[in-house]
Ligand binder design. Sequence first.
Ligand SMILES: *Cc1c(COP(=O)(O)O)cnc(C)c1O
Length: 360
Amino acid sequence: MSRPTQATIDLQALRDNFTLAQSLATDSQTMPMVKANAYGHGMVEVAQALADLAPAFGVACIEEALELRDAGICQPILLLEGTFSADEVNTAALKGLWLMVENHLQKEAVLNADIAQPVNVWLGVDTGMHRLGFPPEEVAEVFQSLSDSRNVNDQIVIASHFACAEDLDNDFTAVQLATFGNTISGFDSVKTSLANSASILGRPDTHRDWNRPGYMIYGASPFDHAQENGDKLKPVMTLSSAVISVRNIEAGEKVGYSGKWCAERPTTIATIGIGYGDGYPRTAPKGTPVLVNGIECPLVGSVSMDMITVDVTDLKTVAIGDSVELWGKQLPVNRVAEYCATLGYELLTRMPLRVPRIYK
Ligand SMILES: *Cc1c(COP(=O)(O)O)cnc(C)c1O
């Protein structure tokens, strides 16, 4: 026997979601984002599961890229934030990594590098998110200096990122799109990249040479409402555990740390073997849904490091060992996130290593 807490990772669902991203944009190349341990799913396992489908992978930093190389991933790997120090350009050239160039320091690092083979470069444009990228008016000059360098491969990709893509009615995406269009209007036949998950699912007008899906390939929708394509996604991670204790308490008795929750009726409490040490959010309030034997029951009392407590009074029978789903196939992670005033993105990505990933 071992502790029942685990994250089951459905690699077929992952592949289906990736294939959906491809099928929604058949004129685009689809580069899955596997940064941050593949949003908590296990970077190497996810990349290996997509290796025969994906033309390239996206990560946040060179450490992640090298981990993929060491695991035998041969595709190009794009460093989404580019280099953090100039010496990374040499490693990138040697290892076939692609570099975002988002500022003048990164540009100079590429231009001044002493490298035998040139690197592939993506040039980041700040079209209004104001986080990374060159201002539109500098792009032509930066593009020219990179194109002229023998350190840079021919096909430079010009990229930008949307601030409000998950809100399909938000006009700002159109503003960014127009800014991007104006920025590259003077270039002939340049390759471009814009779309993240939300744009792939909901805005075909943003699809370009390269699309960059992250959240969607893990089977969660970036939208907080029903959406035709978003609703086709299949959850990849199912976080599950089991009942480890059951007790009956009287009305007026309290449960958990600080006695925060008080029973209003005779209540059956099931204790579940999962807590904030396992990535279950400590901010989850009373009433957050937990599936016990497939039936939704409300969380009660505060979340402990290794345990939570659930009101199972309305279930017919509950016993130690009964199965519990915290999110996944039957309970969308977005629903739990909403109770906790955060995003499913965060709940998946911060899943600690303590929780064993079981790959199916
Ligand atoms: C993480 C990331 C993405 C993926 O975003 P999702 O909303 O998860 O699809 C796309 N582009 C860039 C630059 C990113 O950093």
